[in-house]
Design a protein around this ligand. Structure first.
Ligand SMILES: [Zn+2]
Length: 994
């Protein structure tokens, strides 16, 4: 959102007006979010349209269909993938990928929910926005749904050796492999178990994503029929957000809708019948051999709550969840943790409103599943006590402040801001809910506060009604199993053997023929005529000038202060970047833990619970993390900082600064029980993120020997950090006092005034306020110097394989690459897009059946990495990496493909940032020494990149890739061993923990 007047855009038509086949059903001005809202109906088809007209130039369009599944065969999900593979007017094989590559989209995706499918696009450029919307609408309403697409995206059978009549049957397919990955993830299995068993009589008992065993039973005819049934205008909700005026949207839509299906829609999601008695369910999930099953179970208690159409009650329950478990001071969370019945809270703990009826879950992980009944009793006892004792008023105020803050903050993380509002509207609108009420958050929260003031036991009453007196309660026990994955594989193998046995020679011939047809289809490029129909930008359409972030630098009294004058909606952002370049090498791995402790312990005479409440009441959030990067044009030198990032409302500035000052100068680690809880929480969080982000974990391992920033990333965020945290927990348990003492010493080595850089982001009023209050913190910092020490030492360069419980692999291959300011940075940026969207996507995803295959180039750490995600192959993928590198300078690069890569590179550079993001990016540029002049030159070099230059400039980086590339693979032990047999240079195989 740009700086601008605080008013809503002027309404274009009165309520009740009819314009070109559209009826303006409702018009509302939401002044709190400066948005004029139109609810419109297309009279002929019955299509519903919501437009949020505001002054954000990142426009969003989305269409949602209600797609209730009737089996767990993944139909909605496979369809979501398949409609993006070409339509009547855009008959290219992979329209989604074409759009990704040749437009300035700032967001382009599709999501399958348990009951609906959503297709959103976003762009900051008017013509580009409508190009995207036009193609997306054609894709969803007129997809080609080829048999080959169904086989590639869904599943298909293959013969292990096509020429051998005895050969066993195999399954491949993108969604099939994606879901195999999902069915290896404990968190995912846990969530599924709750959803399926809490709603045993509704569509939610099925998995819309698809269960691998069910996916393989789906037929092509069912697939086509599902599309015909549900993808109609009357069953769709159209969403627009941004500064493009509504009349443009209607003009655009009337052209599209005129030729579409006019069947009425009558689908809805039935409500779940309520239980008279609570229920219990037990489900298995995979763990590794060697782990202790009595410490691995997860126990959850879940309640079915109100319909999410009741936005008011839903908000109250959201707040109740925030009170009970949302902060470390939450009384239910505390009761669970303090009971020592498990290691930490279950990751699904909290409130869920994405389905038609909402639910709340609380539980423990790292427990013995035999203790399930004890945990359930504990939760009920704690809730009874909370209601009897009454909820602490400070805690309610802190949670309300958090909710208010979240509603006010302009956030543009990975998603456009408009997408947040889209999500809120789609939560209730497809079931007939009021989307306008759902997005008018500031008004809702004010109403809750008013009611609470009149009725001080509002939240206690909600706990009584919805939790204690509610018999629709599920005790869900997740039991660890060593043989889970093996059994699943066996079950599938048995099924395939049965199918195979019943096949006649003619069936086998058909499979062979289909395999061939698919291969030919995948290898044949789209015709130039088909490609020519896709709308696309040319490089001459791209802006040549960089966008700059306002930065004013003050150097005073050996202190550097950066100021960024930006509209932040009344929120101040303060970053303190402490110099950690002289922290002893042996202490460096502990910096993330130090940040975790500082943010989670007591301080200045307050215990952690009081401190948590104080933080929640006065700040929007705090994070404390180490970070590192190469210095500009100097690969031998780096910057290393521990960055404290805080955000708060202007009106809270005084208390927020005092709180922050206490946290960083007077923190208190003496509560050893709390330290242990935080260590366990961190260990579990890291351990459970390994498989879901396996590609990133593999990438960090592969890259770690190439530069200090890459090594630091591995030490601070990768598998090395997991090992560090597990060992820290052990040594803490051996001698808590000594361990805590060491962390306090480390804190003193980090939180020093010497070399500090302060980074402030707010508008003029906020900057003034921040500057004025800054001494509250700075005056309390000590100025001691610490000497420089030996090191750092990069790890040994070698291939590694790490065994994880997963049915698919994650394969990374890294090579050293130039850092900012060195030769060939622009060419490497273009090359990474060229390969990611072209060869790697085709070879690893389309032909290989992996969920993802790409590469990333990071000039801040000087590394280029190939990676794959949920990949059925290892050796074949590594071969593709080598081939990709050779391709860049071996053959001739096509002008058109290079142009697409240039557009994608510029698109990535121009990704919009929220105010906090802009401030932080400007800080890292300052620390690395990257100037706007350099950025301008880099942009021009990208814009002017020719195929010949590209090939020429990257030659040195990719030459000899066979020798240079370091590989790291996460996968099952069997697959790693099998891969090692084929590899000439073997991987060192290691368990996840050493
Ligand atoms: Zn998918």
């Amino acid at each position: 959102m740009e700086k601008g007047e605080k008013k809503c855009p002027k309404p274009r038509w009165p309520e009740g007006a009819r314009r070109g086949g559209f009826l303006i059903e409702r018009l509302t001005e939401l002044s709190e979010i400066r948005t004029t809202v139109y609810l419109i109906r297309h009279e002929e088809t019955g299509a519903r349209i919501l437009d949020l007209h505001c002054d954000d130039r990142e426009n969003v369009f989305a269409i949602a269909f209600l797609t209730p599944p009737s089996k767990s065969n993944g139909l909605p999900h496979i369809l979501e993938h398949s409609v993006l593979a070409g339509s009547v007017n855009y008959p290219v094989k992979d329209a989604f990928n074409e759009l990704l590559r040749s437009t300035l989209q700032t967001f382009l995706n599709a999501f399958t929910y348990p009951d609906r499918t959503v297709y959103p696009v976003a762009s900051q450029v008017h013509a580009d926005f409508y190009n995207l919307a036009r193609v997306y609408l054609d894709l969803v309403f007129r997809p080609l749904l080829r048999r080959e697409t169904f086989a590639q995206e869904g599943y298909h059978f293959e013969l292990a050796a096509p020429d051998n009549p005895q050969s066993p049957l195999l399954v491949s397919g993108v969604v099939y492999n994606e879901m195999k990955g999902a069915y290896s993830s404990p968190d995912n299995l846990m969530y599924k178990a709750i959803q399926e068993h809490l709603f045993p009589d509704t569509v939610y008992r099925f998995d819309s994503g698809g269960e691998p065993e069910e996916i393989v039973k789906l037929t092509y005819d069912e697939f086509v029929a599902f599309h015909r049934t549900y993808y109609t205008p009357a069953n769709a909700c159209f969403f627009f957000y941004g500064n493009i005026p509504p009349e443009d949207h209607l003009e655009f839509l009337s052209g599209v809708l005129a030729s579409l299906d006019k069947r009425p829609a009558f689908y809805t999601i039935p409500r779940q019948r309520r239980w008279r008695k609570p229920r219990v369910v037990k489900r298995p999930f995979p763990i590794l051999g060697g782990e202790d099953p009595s410490k691995k179970g997860v126990v959850n208690v879940a309640w079915l709550l109100t319909e999410n159409n009741d936005v008011f009650e839903t908000l109250i329950l959201h707040i109740v969840s925030g009170i009970l478990v949302g902060t470390a001071a939450g009384p239910l969370r505390k009761a669970l943790i303090d009971s020592r019945l498990g290691e930490d809270l279950s990751p699904v703990t909290g409130f869920e409103a994405e389905m038609r009826e909402t639910f709340f879950v609380a539980g423990l992980r790292g427990t013995d599943s035999q203790k399930a009944r004890d945990i359930e009793a504990l939760i009920l006892r704690a809730l009874n006590e909370i209601v009897a004792r009454g909820i602490d008023r400070d805690l309610v105020e802190a949670v309300l402040h958090q909710v208010e803050f979240a509603g006010k903050e302009i956030v543009r993380g990975a998603y456009p801001y408009g997408l947040k509002l889209m999500g809120q509207a789609f939560q209730t609108w497809p079931y007939g809910g009021d989307p306008v009420q759902a997005i008018n958050f500031p008004v809702l929260i004010e109403e809750v506060i008013r009611r609470w003031e009149k009725r001080p036991r509002l939240f206690e009453e909600a706990i009584e009604k919805w939790l204690l007196a509610n018999n629709h309660r599920l005790l869900c026990i997740m039991e660890p199993s060593f043989s889970y994955l093996e059994e699943r594989e066996k079950k599938m193998a048995t099924y395939l053997a049965k199918v195979r046995k019943n096949m006649k020679e003619s069936d086998l011939a058909r499979i062979r023929e289909e395999m061939n047809r698919l291969r030919v289809y995948q290898m044949t490029p789209d015709s130039p005529a088909a490609v020519g129909k896709m709308p696309r930008l040319k490089r001459s359409d791209l802006e040549r000038k960089i966008e700059t972030i306002p930065t004013e630098i003050d150097e005073e009294k050996a202190l550097t202060v950066l100021k960024h004058d930006l509209f932040t909606n009344g929120i101040a952002y303060l970053d303190l970047a402490f110099d950690i370049s002289s922290v002893p090498e042996e202490d460096v791995p502990y910096l993330p833990l130090l940040g975790k402790l500082m943010g989670g312990m007591g301080a200045a005479g307050l215990n952690y619970e009081e401190m948590v409440k104080r933080v929640a009441l006065n700040l929007g959030g705090i994070s404390i993390h180490p970070t590192c990067g190469l210095l500009f044009a100097n690969k031998a030198e780096v910057w290393q900082r521990m960055v404290v990032r805080a955000r708060f409302l202007y009106r809270k500035a005084e208390e927020a600064m005092a709180t922050l000052g206490d946290l960083i100068t007077s923190c208190d680690f003496t509560d050893e029980k709390r330290v242990e809880d935080l260590l366990m929480e961190q260990k579990n969080r890291l351990a459970s993120s390994i498989v879901p982000s396996g590609h990133l974990v593999a990438k960090m391992m592969a890259a770690s020997s190439f530069s200090l920033p890459a090594w630091r990333e591995e030490q601070w965020e990768g598998r090395t950090q997991l090992i560090v945290v597990s060992r820290a927990l052990e040594s803490f348990r051996e001698n808590p006092h000594a361990w805590v003492e060491k962390m306090m010493e480390l804190k003193d080595k980090v939180m020093r005034r010497a070399g500090l850089v302060v980074n402030l982001t707010a508008d003029e009023e906020g900057l003034h306020l921040l500057k004025e209050k800054l001494p509250t913190i700075l005056d309390r910092l000590h100025d001691a110097q610490i000497g420089t020490l030996e090191g750092p030492f990069l790890p040994e360069r070698r291939h590694r394989g790490v065994a994880v419980p997963a049915e698919v692999s994650y394969v990374a291959g890294a090579i050293p690459a130039p850092g900012y300011g060195e030769k060939a940075v622009a060419a490497m940026m273009v090359a990474s897009k060229y390969l990611s969207n072209g060869y790697l996507y085709r070879t690893i995803r389309v032909q290989g059946g992996a969920y993802g295959g790409s590469c990333v180039y990071d000039p801040a750490s000087g590394v280029f990495t190939f990676l794959s995600y949920r990949d059925p192959h290892i050796v074949r993928t590594l071969e593709a990496y080598r081939e990709a590198a050779r391709l860049l300078f071996g053959g001739t690069l096509e002008e058109e493909e290079v142009e697409k890569a240039v557009i994608a590179s510029i698109g990535a550079m121009d990704r919009p940032l929220d105010p906090a993001g802009k401030g932080f990016v400007a800080l890292t540029r300052f620390l690395a020494g990257i100037t706007d002049d350099y950025r301008q030159a880099l942009r021009e070099a990208i814009l002017d990149m020719s195929p010949a230059n590209l090939s020429q400039e990257v030659r040195e980086v990719f030459a000899g890739v066979e020798e240079k590339m370091v590989i790291a693979v996460l996968g099952s032990e069997e697959r790693l061993n099998a891969a090692n047999e084929e590899l000439s240079e073997k991987m060192l195989l290691e368990p996840l923990f050493t």
